[in-house]
Design a protein around this ligand. Structure first.
Ligand code: SF4
Length: 359
């Protein structure tokens, strides 16, 4: 988290100025489908999402916001491209923040009208600049899309709001390149104290996208840059939230929940560990316990290598050893991997509940 940025309030959730890093995602439902959108928002909230965003491409979506924002358990941000009237309608229909690029909303008069409504209602604006839509003049000036060009584009967009006396602002500058993302936000954070929404856009599917996001977002957060994040994935949006939580946990910016470790396997591995570890992970990662769980490939080195684990499983030739803090505490004799997984998960739950009682 950054202590040096201004703080803004998005529907009761603070961003910047020492607030925890907020996790955001974006619905991929049709916003005009109120039920589908709300169902997804509830799933996002359960996954750990702090703020969600919905696309507002037309009047039907802007109208639907009235019902959505009333029933949503988390703040809803309206994503507007080009049409200032939709921004005004979204703000009036309960959006907790408006995401626009003031540079393409139709000129100073239209910006003024959006600002007036946001001021009246008391909601912030996220200025969203994208490397794909960087102004040609800036691209020419800097000889391509680069950190300087993107920051100048964002500065120009923010100035349109500042000229109207509006500083309740969050900034994002998105690129699909983690390297450019890092360079851009480093430059931006040295130039302003507005809270920053950080993400690598169009990062790809879960496999590629999580790596790119972890590199881009993780590097910046480790340097104290960034106040709110979105992992952008071609997948169910809840996957974005799980990935964001993992990035924050890896950096010690979020605690709690299961900390899962498993060994990389080697020539001593005595069980189908890849299958075993994946199945265990699938079943335990959403459990509410604050414990470390290990799944290791051999009983000789496994318990020692994962000695911080509150509960661990080490695969042997005919049996699985259970261990706690490096010490063997029992065995699971199972007919196959699935049976071993089920018994182990039951043990994880026992240990988790026990720890909750004693903490
Ligand atoms: S725990 Fe055993 S199987 Fe896993 S990497 Fe270490 S030595 Fe190899």
């Amino acid at each position: 988290m950054s202590l040096t940025t201004k703080q803004v309030n998005v529907g009761g959730v603070t961003i910047g100025g020492g607030a925890p890093i907020r996790i955001q995602s974006m619905n991929n439902t049709r916003t005009s489908d109120v039920k589908a959108t709300l169902d997804q928002i509830f799933r996002l909230k359960d996954a750990g999402c702090d703020i969600t965003r919905v696309a507002v491409p037309d009047q039907a979506a802007a109208d639907a916001l009235r019902e959505i924002t009333k029933a949503s358990p988390i703040p809803v941000v309206a994503d507007i491209h080009f049409d200032y009237r939709l921004a005004i309608a979204a703000a009036r229909n309960g959006a907790a923040k408006i995401r626009i690029n003031p540079g393409n909303i139709g000129g100073p008069d239209k910006v003024r009208q959006v600002v007036e409504v946001c001021k009246e209602i008391g909601i912030p604006i996220r200025v969203g600049v994208n490397s794909g839509s960087c102004e040609k003049a800036l691209v020419d000036k800097y000889g391509g899309v680069c950190a300087q060009a993107l920051c100048e584009s964002a500065r120009g967009a923010v100035k349109l709001l500042e000229d109207e006396g509006f500083e309740d602002v969050v900034i994002s500058i998105k690129s699909s390149s983690p390297k450019l993302t890092i360079e851009t936000y480093r430059t931006l954070s040295s130039e302003c104290n507005y809270p920053l929404h950080v993400g690598v856009t169009e990062a790809g599917t879960v496999k590629e996208g999580i790596v790119k996001s972890a590199v881009g977002i993780g590097t910046l957060l480790a340097e104290g840059i960034g106040d709110t994040i979105r992992v952008s994935l071609t997948d169910d949006p809840t996957e974005e939230v799980y990935a964001a939580i993992s990035i924050l946990k890896a950096l010690g910016l979020k605690t709690g929940g299961i900390d899962f470790v498993s060994c990389p396997t080697c020539g001593r591995t005595q069980v189908p560990l890849i299958e075993l570890a994946n199945k265990v992970e699938e079943k335990i990662m959403r459990l509410p316990y604050n414990i470390k769980v290990a799944v290791m490939g051999c009983p000789v080195n496994g318990p020692g290598e994962a000695r911080e684990a509150d509960i661990g499983l080490a695969g042997g030739r005919d049996e699985f050893l259970l261990f706690k803090k490096g010490k063997t505490v029992g065995k699971i004799i199972a007919k196959d991997v699935d049976a071993a997984v089920d018994e182990f998960v039951a043990e994880v739950i026992r240990v988790g509940e026990q720890k909750d009682k004693t903490d």
